[in-house]
Write a protein that binds this ligand. Structure first.
Ligand code: IYR
Length: 224
């Protein structure tokens, strides 16, 4: 399938025997299964180059009409991190203090979360994933993006895997409402905050909740 009005290039990638595919997919699953959301961050530094590679990897995700409707704000400035923490905690205090339902708080209890977000100060990097609802053409006219949440969700998944691959940890934090982030970062009108993701090394004694993942039979419906 090609369109003669636009250039196409030959697709090339490695292929494997069935035996190797089974082995590789099982090994990749084991590796992916070891990834966890971590809240105990060390302040140990992470090179900028690593973060750039990770964000370039995130940006390899597929997107609606290949619009790549994302911007990654890469924050290491201590004052800005502090400000974001302060603003996030202001909202979270209201959320945990009555805005979230009893049922929601019950569901969160096993994760041990609360309104305090010290990881925003401690982690060496904060990535704020912004979704771009639309673009501006060179003439200043609005031009649509498509499937923006799906696209940015995919890029965020790639981002988490790239972080895991570098031996680092992350937390997908969603302070709610998130408008304060766009304001604090002085983002343009076409951008909305999607996720706030601290990235860094875990502390030596980092703990995570003892959770189980759904089994194969719980997540797959077979139509053979
Ligand atoms: N945004 C809050 C609450 C929270 C909500 C869900 I759903 C989580 O999976 C975890 C936390 C917070 O970040 O604490």
């Amino acid at each position: 399938m090609t369109n003669k009005d636009y250039p196409f290039v030959k697709y090339s990638s490695e292929t494997f025997s069935e035996e190797d595919m089974i082995k590789r997919s099982a090994e990749f699953y084991d590796w992916a299964d070891a990834r966890r959301s971590v809240r105990d961050f060390s302040d140990k530094s992470v090179p900028l180059k690593v973060m750039e590679n990770i964000l370039l990897t995130a940006s390899t995700a597929p997107s609606g009409a290949h619009k790549q409707p994302w911007t990654f704000c890469l924050i290491s400035n201590a004052e800005l991190k502090s400000r974001l923490r302060e603003l996030a905690e202001e909202e979270e205090k209201k959320s945990y203090g009555g805005r979230m339902s009893k049922e929601w708080l019950e569901d969160l209890a096993p994760l041990g979360t609360d309104w305090q977000k010290e990881f925003i100060d401690i982690a060496p990097w904060i990535v704020v994933v912004m979704k771009r609802a639309y673009e501006f053409t060179d003439e200043g006219k609005k031009r649509n993006n498509y499937y923006v949440s799906e696209s940015v969700g995919l890029a965020s998944g790639f981002l988490l895997m790239a972080i895991h691959n570098a031996g680092l940890v992350a937390l997908t934090h969603t302070p709610s409402p998130m408008n304060f982030i766009a304001k604090a970062l002085e983002r343009p009108d076409n951008e909305r905050p999607f996720l706030l993701i601290p990235v860094g090394h875990p502390t030596e004694n980092a703990m995570v909740p003892d959770l189980e993942r759904k089994s194969k039979d719980e997540i797959i419906e077979y139509y053979s």
